[in-house]
Write a protein that binds this ligand. Structure first.
Ligand code: C5P
Length: 235
């Protein structure tokens, strides 16, 4: 049951593969529009942290669900970043460990874990900007503005580690591996705007997204105030 049925159109979704810049872009767009940013990946990471801390086999869906039900996980959205509380304790710093990275795609593949994450996301009051893999296609199909960001594996690896050749190949291999593991849940919505970010820096991608939103009449608050009467859209 969706608490915010009609208002869900005000959600803006950013989906795409690992390291495509979704969360950086989504956070900047959220800040420009003065609405919260919501990271769906953090909930998958929190589920993984719960499962691994409980010592359960992450390929066992029932065991993962049992571990999840034994705890309270709360996502606290914010414009700068998100915090996650596990039984009231802030565990945000523990969600980007190698152990979580190595297990999260397996935990995220379980349909009932995906339902658990989706239910929590649908409890967040709109408007907000959310990033993930299937936000536009599955979790918020009624969202009015959906973006799907892509870039080649090499470009994404370069963004993550810079040009340091020593790390580049290993990081590119790790990204390609995660692409393969996440392929099933990486689903562009049919009405998503696809943005190939190859060769674009963060400022350029954000400017492009804000330009598209402005063309559709959704301008940042400051620009709206400065816009001539009768139009919020920039040229
Ligand atoms: O976004 P982030 O890289 O933190 O996501 C971690 C992992 O969570 C992804 O690699 C993917 O396996 C899973 N995930 C997902 N669906 C989402 C967001 C994340 O399956 N909407």
């Amino acid at each position: 049951m969706r608490r915010f049925e009609g208002a869900l159109r005000a959600v803006i979704t950013f989906d795409g593969p690992a390291a495509a810049g979704k969360s950086s872009v989504a956070q900047r767009v959220a800040r420009a529009l003065d609405v919260p940013f919501v990271s769906s990946g953090l909930l998958y990471r929190a589920a993984t942290e719960v499962a691994t801390s409980a010592g359960v086999d992450t390929s066992d869906e029932d065991a993962v669900l049992r571990a999840l039900r034994a705890h309270t996980v709360a996502l606290e959205p914010g414009s700068a970043g998100n915090r996650v509380r596990l039984d009231g304790r802030d565990v945000s710093a523990a969600l980007h460990t190698d152990l979580v990275d190595a297990n999260v795609s397996f935990v995220a593949a379980h349909p009932r874990v995906r339902d658990w994450v989706s239910e929590q996301l649908r409890e967040v009051p709109p408007p907000f900007v959310v990033d993930g893999r299937d936000m536009g296609a599955v979790v918020f199909p009624e969202a009015r503005h959906k973006f799907f960001l892509t870039a080649s594996v090499q470009e994404r690896a370069r963004r993550r580690v810079g040009e340091r050749a020593a790390d580049l190949e290993a990081v590119a291999a790790a990204i390609a591996r995660r692409d393969a593991l996440d392929a099933k849940q990486l689903e562009p919505a049919p009405d998503a705007h696809h943005l190939d970010t190859e060769g674009l820096d963060l400022d350029a991608v954000v400017a492009r997204v804000l330009g598209i939103l402005a063309e559709r009449g959704l301008a940042p608050p400051a620009a709206k105030a400065a816009a001539p009467r009768g139009g919020g859209a920039s040229p």
